[in-house]
Ligand binder design. Structure first.
Ligand code: SIN
Length: 279
């Protein structure tokens, strides 16, 4: 079955239509993988996936990874539910980031499967950190090419640890008191191992400073990069429906879950795969 691919925006993102991931042949998976490398974010529509199926699909992209702060589903320790209940105000992932950049080997891909979605709102924004890197001047590229970012799980800008502390509704959160122990250094301009393209790898959620500099010294350039990399022309938006599986490439994108659906439930299942040292 040949997937139909409908790009979502100029810089990244595509919808994949007319496929059944559970019955995809080798050629179909090759097409999906090529689309993943080309578009970085794939919203694969109208799937019916149980947790075991999500594991099977995830295995096509890499080995499963553990998320340190949320307990997995019974029988599926690598999958956890991202839930916002109607009475909750904070959401999970509501600030720009690449997943778990504070780990030594962050996951190359995240799979997020929509189980229950609000009638409207609750979209996820994505940005292409390839496009952001490419749009820098040669002078700034030369500087960022030399920098190492220090990434910490002690999230300061909302959306992560801060939100999780206050979050008692649908998610089984634990261990956030140890968040400051999750710190990793990664290149600010990383090279994608499969495409060879360079992408920015620093986020407002995780990157606290540049190695060898203070936070104060790092802030002007970091703040510039945080602003720059989310320029509208580098972004796309995924609108969810139950049965949508979105797979994104953490090596060349960041995402931000839009928190605009208070009073409605949103329930997703999330799996990360493919631990890889950013180079
Ligand atoms: C995440 O940041 O992993 C969750 C994104 C979302 O719920 O849209």
């Amino acid at each position: 079955m040949m997937p139909r691919i409908a790009p979502l925006a100029g810089a990244l993102g595509a919808e994949i239509l007319g496929v059944d991931l559970l019955n995809l042949d080798a050629q179909g998976w090759e097409d999906v993988h090529r689309a993943f490398l080309q578009y970085s974010v794939l919203a694969i529509r109208e799937q019916k996936l149980e947790p075991a199926d999500i594991m099977r699909v995830g295995a096509k992209f890499g080995e499963p990874c553990h998320y340190p702060f949320v307990t997995g589903m019974d029988g599926y320790p690598f999958i956890f539910e991202v839930v916002k209940e109607p009475e909750e105000k904070k959401n999970f992932g509501g600030a720009w980031h690449s997943d778990t950049a504070y780990l030594k080997q962050p996951p190359l891909a995240t799979l997020l499967y929509a189980v229950e979605t609000p009638s409207h709102g609750g979209d996820t924004l994505f940005t292409s950190t390839y496009a952001a890197y490419d749009a820098l001047s040669e002078g700034v590229r030369k500087v960022v090419d030399t920098l190492i970012g220090v990434n910490s799980a002690e999230l300061k800008y909302g959306g992560g640890r801060t939100a999780m502390h206050q979050k008692i509704g649908g998610m089984k959160v634990h261990d956030t008191d140890n968040a400051d122990q999750y710190v990793s250094e990664h290149p600010v301009a990383r090279t994608h191992p499969e495409t060879g393209r360079k992408a920015l790898y620093a986020s407002r959620s995780h990157t606290t400073h540049f190695k060898g500099m203070t936070e104060e010294e790092s802030a002007p350039l970091l703040n510039f990069l945080f602003q720059h990399q989310t320029r509208p022309e580098f972004t796309c938006r995924v609108r969810w429906a139950p049965g949508t599986l979105t797979v994104w490439d953490n090596r060349c994108t960041q995402h931000n879950a839009v928190n605009d659906y208070h009073g409605q439930r949103r329930r997703m299942r999330r799996l990360t795969v493919g631990a890889q040292i950013p180079q």
